[in-house]
Design a protein around this ligand. Sequence first.
Ligand code: ATP
Ligand code: MG
Length: 496
Amino acid sequence: MSENERILEMRDIVKEFSGVRVLDRVSFALRRGTVHALMGENGAGKSTLMKILCGIYAKTEGEILLRGAPAEIQTPTDAKALGVAMIHQELSAFHALTVSANMFMNREFMKGPVIDEARMVSETDKVFSDLGIRIDPKAKMETLSVAEMQLVEIAKAVSTDADIIIMDEPTSALTEAEVRKLYETVEDLKSRGKSIIYISHKIEEIFAIADEITVLRDGSLVGHDEIGAFDKDRLISMMVGRTLSQQFHKTRHTFGDVMLKVEGLSREHAFENVSFEVRAGEVFGLAGLIGAGRTEVVETLFGLAKKSAGTVSLYGAPVEINSPGDAIHSGIAFVSEDRKNVGLNLVGSVKENITLANLKKYCRLGVINAREERAASDAQAEKLSVKANSRDTLAMYLSGGNQQKVILARWMSTTPRILILDEPTKGIDVGAKAEIYRLIDEFAAEGNCVIMVSSEMPEVLGMSDRIAVMHEGRMTAVFDRDEATQEKILAAAAGI
Ligand SMILES: Nc1ncnc2c1ncn2[C@@H]1O[C@H](COP(=O)(O)OP(=O)(O)OP(=O)(O)O)[C@@H](O)[C@H]1O
Ligand SMILES: [Mg+2]
């Protein structure tokens, strides 16, 4: 290890939220010009530690040194002035504003007393082309997909003159090609002497770009070492406190009748002439690049958007699904990719969020049977090992991965027949991922079916019985489990 200067030191950091200790004397040191991965299970305290560094949370105890000198970071403005920028796990864009306005929020270019819109657009263009991002700087933020918003956040942090850049799960919504582009950006930042703290649950990613790793578990420091001292098994066992025998749980079973049949489905400007069928017992994977139309197809199936042509049949009979209500009534459940906007009620409790989709089940003459509701939510929360102080904790206080688990728990508790998952393990730690894969497998084995949109290649290959690939709004290939390979899928996704 080169004797890079320690640009940052966090010493014995303690954080308590209303008396509950979530960080217990954690120390962390970052060297200039390196990538330092921060790892650990959902709820381990990674985001909290980083939010302390960028002035969002006040530490309860401990000390922070920047460039060797004690630093007082009390507000995000303090952190910015000290050269710390963070790409947040939860996107926080101003949806009604343009991309360039978001890029240069609070650091607008001025022409005399007025904002120089043209310059902001051209500067945004410049940053984007450096990063290989193709997004119109003049587009409204709200017209972007989750992945595109994430790319804007990355570009924004990179374009500041910060020399410490925190990336909290920057790739959770990105596809392989975009991830590779991000790696190049990270290398470039490193070569310019910038230091990066990188949080991710994707272990391959860490081995590809990190120089050092620090592991947290349950708010405590488990260990720290150079990347060369780790292998995959050691890292996993440090994170989860045990070894994991099997990541993808997949049993072989026979398939039943066709449950869902889609013929010539189209939606203007989104996708065209999509046809496929899914049988009972089957996990049907949908692969493709961002913007290929996968999310749009499943949203249409769930009644969130109107089709312009085509038919959908369920259990052998044509149906019209005009709203999510219709879909739920027909036994379809949908776990969306954007948990903040469509999924989670942030000001609701864990319990309320889990039972929200099927409150009717616990109602007698309009009165909620609280005991049944509690029992059902507890059972689901436990199945997915949701980490929360209690079932009455508000969803906004959960860690990112635990929010995702709550949404999954909710839909599992509606006992659907057809489960649609859009990037189901986004932000989920390795241990809980294995648990979710087991639940998906069990659900299918019981004679139900699953449609899974995923940009994680190992997940698509590991869990799907068949894999359809979309490219620019069209389905370009369907592979059986046995014939599917990463190369074939990538080729079909690229339209080759
Ligand atoms: N504002 C808050 N109020 C109360 N508790 C909180 C708050 N923010 C975080 N916590 C709790 O602190 C713990 C650590 O959460 P944190 O978000 O740091 O986890 P994480 O390691 O980033 O996990 P993930 O991988 O799921 O993102 C969790 O138990 C979480 O519920
Ligand atoms: Mg987090």
